[in-house]
Design a protein around this ligand. Sequence first.
Ligand SMILES: [Zn+2]
Ligand SMILES: [Zn+2]
Length: 464
Amino acid sequence: MVVRIKFLGGVKTVTGTSHLVSTDKSNVLFDAGLFQGRRDEFYRQNTALNFNPRKLNAMILSHAHIDHCGNIPVLLKGGMRCKIYTTSATKDLAKLMLEDSGKIHEEDVKYVNKINRRLGFPPRKPLYTRKEAGLAGKRFYSLTYGEKFCVANNVFVTLMDAGHILGSAVVVMDIREGEENLRIGFAVDLGRKDLALLNNPVIPEGLDYLVIESTYGGRFHIPVDEGKAKLKDAIIRTVNRNGKVLIPAFTLERTQEVLYFLSELFREKAIPFVPVYLDSPLATNITDVFKYNLSYFNPRIQQEIKNGQSPFELLNLTYIRDQKESKALNHDKRPMIIIAGCGMCESGRIVHHLQNNISDSRNTILVVGYMAENTLGKKIVNRVPFVRIFGVEYQLNAEVVIINAFSGHADKDELVDFVKKVNPRRRTFLVHGDIVQIQALYDTLIQEGFNVYIPSKEEELLLN
Ligand SMILES: [Zn+2]
Ligand SMILES: [Zn+2]
């Protein structure tokens, strides 16, 4: 049997995950993530498809993060006609994420074209529009965890809970020919043990090959309990100062995890009962999907929700979709917690909240996620004395608290432990990480005696 894997993206870097598995009879794509980077590189990388999307027989989607699903509309524009197999929660979440992504591309192009017009350059087109992104919804076909399904000639797929975000999957592909069976597993992205809302990742058995992420291949997370204690202390300090707590929201999963810890702290009466605002239409819509997908939570959360203790239905929690209501919070001087939509603090509603609150030393900016270089979020993390917002300079007087405990990715110990438990018969491929993290994981796995390989972009390998 001849099986090939081509690493199309998300190798030696964290964004743009996509891998193509081919046999003589079929082509199956695993993920179609958006490559994120500077504008020109972003267009070049996301549109340079080095395969024909028309020839795909099936696509499998691991989860709804944009670095895994964000390039699906480009493939559809390029002629992809096959079904996209995923869980039903991912299907609902990916639709929201893709439409939002389309909206961002339209807005970005509008902004760039304003400048281009002034400079006499030709106008650009968005990578895809919101409408084009909406077409992806028609391609999704949902599978339940554990169901083995024939997606293409001789190719069977089983999705297992990855414990990374709601609906995320470790994907197992069985390729059969006569008596032969080749089993490839994809753990991209892999979750953590004992996350607040989700189940622990499932360990696939009998793999010949494993493709695994390396985001935190060389790092160790601090325990979730320490993060909760830090969250509690920051809220108490801020409320005692009569200030506001601003949390730039990472809309999918991290926001819902933060809501869960807030609900626990309120229930334990560990923090004052101040109002909480979730100020983001996307995060609000995503939280709705969480509410309707009870079966994807761990049994403890399912029971709590059945007992009327849903972290998404707090009495002091208000969901804000309307822009006017969002702006009205600027005039409300009570202590409060605002979780607001954020693109690393560069866009979204968090920007006007920062503008209004960043110079007041009573307030706190609580960072719970990754901020990329050269973003306002990163400047806040670095606690620079002055920041520019909408062209105006503001003094950064608010307290800045950074909590790294709420990550949804396995850390080094958990990745190594996963590989040991899976114990692939032939080889492990390390992807989805910057090279320092990948190398750290590689060195440890080699020491442990595993056959490990770090593929390059566009590299094609024969699996046998
Ligand atoms: Zn992810
Ligand atoms: Zn990812």
